[in-house]
Design a protein. Structure first.
Length: 165
């Protein structure tokens, strides 16, 4: 009987040690789960902030693009810095608009590179106007004439649809 009691006591002690071991493991797992839940919540917040910043970026890109106008059909002889003076002299003549001040551009250049052996169409010119009013006047006059007069045309660089990258 003493052997039985000793054996039961040993088993009881072993079970208590196992229970204590399981308790420490469960506490460790609870701590890790808590950390993961915190990280998931932080990640969700970061996702929402990222979506907000993407929409802000798209909006800013679209706003910076709104005064860009592409001009089509102008001869290839004009390049580089001459483009500013060429457009500044040519656009008022073509559109018959008397501007209060000279046309000013942030930049004006040909789009793309000329492909060797192609002479069919001159490359378009893109101009970023410094004055929003001047860009709108030119676009409005071009719309009234169904495009620019003579053989020249224009295209607005429309903003992208919201949510597109």
């Amino acid at each position: 009987m003493d052997n039985t009691i000793a054996s039961l006591t040993a088993e009881n002690k072993s079970l208590r040690l196992d229970i204590a071991d399981f308790q420490s493991r469960v506490l460790g797992l609870e701590h890790r789960v808590s950390l993961v839940e915190t990280q998931v919540a932080y990640s969700r917040d970061q996702d929402q902030e990222l979506l907000y910043l993407r929409s802000k970026l798209t909006d800013l890109e679209d706003r910076s693009r709104r005064d860009n106008v592409r001009f089509l059909g102008f001869p290839e002889t004009i390049k580089g810095e001459d483009m500013h003076s060429f457009l500044g002299e040519t656009l008022p003549k073509i559109t018959d608009i008397a501007f209060d001040s000279p046309l000013e551009f942030q930049r004006a250049c040909r789009l793309g590179s000329k492909r060797p052996g192609t002479t069919t169409h001159p490359q378009p010119i893109i101009a970023s106007f410094l004055c929003h009013t001047q860009a709108r006047q030119i676009i409005q006059r071009a719309r009234m004439h169904g495009g620019m007069v003579r053989k020249f045309g224009y295209q607005q660089t429309f903003p992208r649809k919201p949510g597109t990258a």
